[in-house]
Design a protein around this ligand. Structure first.
Ligand SMILES: CC(=O)SCCNC(=O)CCNC(=O)[C@H](O)C(C)(C)COP(=O)(O)OP(=O)(O)OC[C@H]1O[C@@H](n2cnc3c(N)ncnc32)[C@H](O)[C@@H]1OP(=O)(O)O
Length: 582
């Protein structure tokens, strides 16, 4: 491997497996270093494409997302570093695929636990094709002031403290990512800082080794020599049995494998090796001071890096800023252990046997209504769920489903017919009956007054039903209310109005809208759970049509499935059923 510098201030990478935090950290580092282009050219997120929004300093940028490694390499031929954040299960396959791309030169593999046999195959392919692997089980590497892999060097605060935003003259290589952070700090304290730092990763078979990188540093004039080295693990002698250092990828069994022997060998080969880890810092300092005295170190121009804007979320959390909210919500909260409807936790709703009516009561009226009320709501929903295929809503849903449209389109197409002529009269019925009753109008005064204004009484009249053929649904609702409601004064008023309208025509019966509208007024006023002002608001806002919309959605969905199940073809209305005229 040897050769020289791996990265520069214009190096760009492809990032495999979308992980927002490490990518943002790379971009924050770029901004700190004054890079003109982001170091992440593209993201590979298997199966997805499009863009991911991330920050480059204060600005948001859109980084392209590609579904495959090949597509990303084709789109970004100058991006020659592949940063692999795949899991240990898929890291080997994706790394091999990246190594095989002619544009990729360096592959960093973050995952811990990549099978050793897979790692060996990657290593052999990389060697044969002059490619560099950093890792597996690595945090990555960094070229100070130029390019950083993933989470290397930790937080921005740490990077600033370690002066990694501008190059120094020390090359650093270690197995451990954690030790890298520690030593970046030490080196920044006692020298002019890091030029390049690499963590080769904790596995037994690293893609590139300690000596691979040291030999490479030897070819980089900005990295000063000689070598200061320390092999950790001298404590192993204190144990009676063989010690295996997990993340160090090393054993310390026989004498020649001991850290002491390795340190001695390094010493004999000319490296400066302290006597303990505690003495490493002073060994680095003395070596650097000597080089400086000898005039071998060119002084570093100190710069003040630009501040990285703090994320709004972090700033809010720490109490530094406050931001106005854009939405106010009072009916539910999903932030805690479990979602709550109007303050009632989901477990209570399920364990205490709440019904759909209770849930509607919580989410629409923001209170727990007595069971007779919530059961009434459920009866309304059951009675209004469907009324055959011929009514406007069902017809529309059927035609839409047969046009090959999806469930939501078919449902919405049916729902859009709900209005003053179809199912949308409950609120109006409630409004007019309430107004007339509260003002003490006789049915005659009410009906004739409406007639003068040219308004038909909502909730009265049916196309099929009549005095002798009453709507069963109306009768069921009335029966329930008579049995359970403390008062049915509004409904009784509506019946008086019906008696008067029936004297005019046989089909001017109370319809289901009139029954629900008047009975809901009785529920609201008779339950004692609502103030007068709240009742006015409920009627004014139009809550009650919501009951029909909710109920009829059940039927419209049913009709949509029915048509799809029956594989019905596109509907076309027959010519014979149209009157063509001028
Ligand atoms: C000092 C030092 O420690 S140096 C650093 C050394 N390195 C480390 O410590 C690495 C630690 N590991 C990690 O950080 C992580 O494991 C990473 C970043 C490598 C990988 O992240 P993960 O979240 O495990 O991987 P990923 O996002 O791909 O998800 C794991 C799996 O779940 C699958 N998955 C994700 N979402 C779904 C879903 N909704 N349905 C089904 N499968 C899913 C993925 O496809 C993936 O499958 P695969 O493992 O077969 O490829």
């Amino acid at each position: 491997m040897a050769t020289g510098q791996l990265f520069s201030k214009t190096t760009q990478a492809l990032f495999y497996n979308y992980k927002q935090l490490p990518i943002q950290r790379m971009l924050d580092f770029d901004f700190l270093c004054g890079r003109e282009t982001p170091s992440v050219a593209g993201i590979i997120n298997p199966g997805s494409d499009g863009f991911q929004k991330l920050f480059f300093g204060q600005e948001e940028i859109a980084i392209p997302v590609h579904p495959t490694i090949e597509a990303a390499c084709n789109a970004h031929p100058t991006a020659d570093v592949f940063i692999n954040f795949a899991s240990f299960r898929s890291a080997a396959a994706s790394s091999m695929s990246a190594l095989k791309q002619p544009t990729i030169r360096v592959v960093a593999i973050i995952a811990e636990g990549v099978p050793e046999s897979d790692a060996k195959q990657l290593i052999s392919y990389a060697r044969a094709n002059n490619k560099v692997i950093i890792g597996p089980a690595t945090v990555g590497g960094i070229q100070a002031g130029a390019f950083k892999i993933g989470d290397t060097a930790g937080t921005i605060d740490n990077i600033i403290q370690c002066k990694l935003y501008r190059p120094g003259s020390v090359g650093f290589v270690s197995k451990s990512g954690g030790m890298s952070n520690e030593l970046y700090n030490t080196i920044a304290r006692v020298t002019d800082g890091i030029y390049e730092g690499i963590a080769i990763g904790g596995d037994v078979f690293p893609g590139s080794t300690l000596s691979d990188h040291i030999l490479r540093f030897n070819n980089i004039p900005q990295v000063q020599k000689p070598v200061v080295a320390w092999v950790s693990g001298t404590c192993a002698r204190l144990f009676k049995s063989e010690v295996q250092f997990g993340h160090a990828g090393a054993k310390s069994g026989g004498e020649l494998e001991s850290a002491q022997a390795k340190n001695q060998a390094l010493r004999e080969a000319g490296a400066i090796v302290p006597t303990s880890y505690e003495a490493l810092e002073s060994a680095i300092k003395e070596t650097f001071d000597k080089l400086a005295e000898e005039g071998k170190i060119s002084p570093v121009t100190e710069i003040t890096p630009p501040p990285i804007p703090e994320d709004l979320k972090t700033a809010i959390k720490s109490g530094k800023v406050r931001a106005p909210t854009h939405i106010i919500s009072t009916i539910s909260d999903d932030r805690g252990e479990e979602p709550c409807y109007a303050g009632v936790p989901m477990s209570t709703i399920i364990e205490q046997g709440y019904g759909v009516g209770d849930v509607i009561s919580l989410l629409w009226f923001k209170r727990s209504l007595p069971r007779y009320c919530t059961q009434f709501i459920e009866i309304c929903i059951m009675l209004c769920a469907d009324h055959g295929p011929c009514v406007s809503g069902a017809h529309n849903s059927i035609v839409t489903a047969r046009a090959g449209k999806d469930l939501v389109s078919s449902l919405v197409s049916g729902l859009l017919t709900i209005g003053p002529r179809f199912g949308g009269a409950i609120d109006d019925a409630a409004r007019y009956f309430k107004d007339a009753y509260d003002r003490g109008l006789t049915p005659y005064e009410f009906v004739e007054g409406m007639k003068k204004k040219g308004i038909r009484v909502p909730g009265i009249g049916h196309r099929i039903k009549s005095r002798d053929n009453r709507d069963k649904r109306v009768q069921l609702l009335q029966k329930y209310a008579h049995t359970h409601f403390p008062s049915v004064k509004y409904m009784e008023y509506a019946v008086q109005v019906e008696t008067y309208t029936l004297s005019k025509a046989n089909n001017l019966v109370m319809n289901v809208d009139g029954a629900i509208g008047s009975l809901f007024l009785d529920l609201l006023s008779g339950s004692g759970m609502f103030t007068k002002q709240e009742i006015d608001e409920i009627v004014e806002i139009g809550y009650l049509n919501g009951l029909f919309v909710l109920a009829r959605s059940i039927g419209l969905i049913g009709h949509t499935f029915d048509q799809k199940r029956l594989k019905q073809p596109l509907y076309r209305h027959p010519w014979e059923d149209v009157l063509y005229t001028k």
